[in-house]
Design a protein around this ligand. Sequence first.
Ligand SMILES: Nc1ncnc2c1ncn2[C@@H]1O[C@H](COP(=O)(O)OP(=O)(O)OP(=O)(O)O)[C@@H](O)[C@H]1O
Length: 224
Amino acid sequence: MSLVLETRNIDKHFYKPKDFHVLKDISFKIKEGEFASIVGKSGCGKSTLLYILSTMDTEYTGELFLNEQLITGNSKEELSRIRNRNIGFVFQFHYLLSEFSVIENVMLPAKKLGEKSPKEIKQNAREKLEMLHIGHLAEQKASRISGGEKQRVAIARALINNPTILMGDEPTGNLDSHNSENVFNIFRRLSIEEGLSLLIVTHDNDFAQRTDRIIEMEDGRIIS
Ligand SMILES: Nc1ncnc2c1ncn2[C@@H]1O[C@H](COP(=O)(O)OP(=O)(O)OP(=O)(O)O)[C@@H](O)[C@H]1O
């Protein structure tokens, strides 16, 4: 099975207000279709790590590979293209554009990538919404749907460019247990049926326990 993500000896310091060694020798691999979680106490470096893995932060040492290609050292423009095409994101807060319809929100990352016609993008967006059982909401304004539905729209938006990996920072952090369960089941199905890899930062122990692998962090290190 191919490797989707690999880190080799990633280290990072914050230098302001004083030198702080936030990530220490982080090395791990995520395979195709693997559903992994990152856990650890508040402040241990989970979000900082995710920011690097998502290619948004380039201020680190060590190496980051995506789909077996070294991407550390690539230009900002190249990283932006790689990110758009290969990585989907889901956050605690959905960041939908409230005045846009559901389907317009889902279409945005594909429009930004600019590789398909508007008609094709709309068709793909419809398919993603159907897959998440919210096809009937396509023409609704994003401000008019429930919190659980918004998070499903955010997942559809994250999937629109058919990424190889979906990364999440507390994607169930703002949801009740019923909607969290829904999101977990969607992620599980995506890993099994679509071969999507998932790497999810979570404080939800129940959620983490049911993923394929738990990456546990403490004080900037992986401890298990
Ligand atoms: N820009 C920054 N400059 C300096 N220190 C920072 C910066 N960003 C984060 N930190 C510090 O780095 C440490 C790790 O932060 P990070 O947000 O990665 O932790 P976390 O494990 O995601 O925490 P939480 O679970 O609360 O979200 C914290 O001590 C934080 O205060």
